[in-house]
Design a protein around this ligand. Structure first.
Ligand SMILES: [Mn+2]
Length: 376
């Protein structure tokens, strides 16, 4: 019998490009959440933990980040760790695991070749990534073990062919044929590379292939992320028991919203009521809103920034419509102010960028208010 924890795609040091100010929050928590994986391993008294690649975002990662991770490894030094490099932490002269510090981590074994490795309770068949942009299936190195006693576990990093929507299969890098399980007779194929948890069946309908997904969700649109897997296999040929364990801490929500008129503010408020307590929120706004509602709109959004760890709002394509009174020219009794209004309206007529249009409309509104309130 073998019991192990499967994890992958920690992507430590990821920039979080496209996340804006959420980037640093995501970076920091990815390191913290490693504890949740190794605590589960302790609690479940597993034989080992299998790390299926992309543990670091790249090989040029700062030593500071490496030290943070090694510090955590040392805290759980009784747990054997088997680490397969992926495409981000790829094997090669500058591989992060070549650094001196890793040679001193007693409980860590980096799987550098496809040679089988005896581990407590099973034999591992590693399929390390040797080229980032390869079209080669590294699981081809797994030998046929159907007649060999013991539990056989292969570990690879790549994309399972035919198992996700893609325009052209021939363009896929790091391809993996799910048929390798039937070809070789292995009990289980542990995979990394996808950030979402998925399982796949062999030709007998038994789930023997699994992605754990990333231990901490990396972006708004990942489902079944933020987990590791507890895998138990009683004996050779038995059905693997695959149990996801929650390890991620951040919760995410993303919503596209079409604004129509003042009533849209109510709908927006209702939506916000439904996402109380969500950490990372992204709101994408389209459509239009009367300029007179802008103050209320700004206040609603400002308050949301106080209710989430990170609140991102993308409203470049939201158009604030000009109130009718701005359409007709006003005589301010002052030639400079009159000229300013004419100039702003000319600019507005020629401007297609919604963000700039909004600024011009605001300037016009302020100008008219100024004209009404101040005796020139
Ligand atoms: Mn990868």
């Amino acid at each position: 019998m073998v019991r192990f924890i499967q994890t992958s795609d920690w992507q430590i040091g990821m920039k979080g490009g496209g996340l804006g100010e959420a980037g640093p929050i995501v970076r920091e928590i990815r390191i913290e959440s490693i504890h949740n994986i190794l605590k589960s391993a302790q609690h479940e008294k597993v034989d080992f933990v299998l790390l299926c690649g992309d543990i670091f975002e790249h090989n040029m990662i700062s030593q500071e980040e490496v030290i943070k991770v090694v510090t955590i490894f040392n805290k759980y030094s009784e747990i054997p760790l088997y680490l397969l490099p992926g495409n981000h932490d790829i094997l090669g002269a500058d591989c992060v695991y070549n650094r001196e510090i890793f040679k001193r981590v007693n409980n860590l074994t980096v799987l550098r070749t496809s040679n089988p490795v005896e581990v407590p309770g099973a034999t591992l068949y590693p399929c390390p990534v040797l080229s980032k942009f390869t079209k080669q299936d590294y699981t081809e190195t797994i030998p046929v073990v159907r007649a060999v006693d013991g539990i056989h576990i292969a570990v690879a990093h790549g994309s399972l062919l035919g198992k996700f929507p893609v325009a052209n299969w021939e363009d896929i890098e790091l391809p993996i044929e799910s048929s390798c399980v039937d070809r070789t007779g292995i009990d289980y194929l542990a995979l990394g590379h996808w950030h979402i948890h998925r399982t796949f069946e062999d030709s007998n309908g038994i789930a023997r292939i699994a992605y754990s997904g990333t231990h901490e969700q990396t972006n708004y649109d990942e489902d079944k992320a933020g987990q590791c897997l507890l895998v138990k296999i009683d004996a050779k040929g038995d059905v693997p028991k695959i149990e996801p364990i929650k390890t991620g801490q951040l919760t995410w929500a993303s919503k596209e919203f079409e604004m129509k008129d003042s009533s849209s503010l109510m709908e927006l408020n209702n939506y916000f009521e439904s996402i109380n307590g969500i950490d990372m929120v992204r709101l994408i706004l389209h459509g239009e809103l009367p300029l007179e509602d802008k103050k209320e709109f700004d206040n609603i959004l400002e308050f949301q920034t106080t209710k989430h760890k990170n609140f991102r709002e993308k409203s470049e394509s939201l158009n604030f419509t000009m109130p009718p009174e701005l359409e007709s020219p006003v005589d301010f009794g002052d030639p400079t102010l009159n000229q300013t209004e004419i100039r702003l309206k000319q600019l507005l007529a020629n401007e297609i960028d919604q963000r700039k249009r909004r600024i011009i409309v605001e300037a016009l509104t302020h100008l008219q208010r100024f004209g009404k309130d101040v005796e020139v």
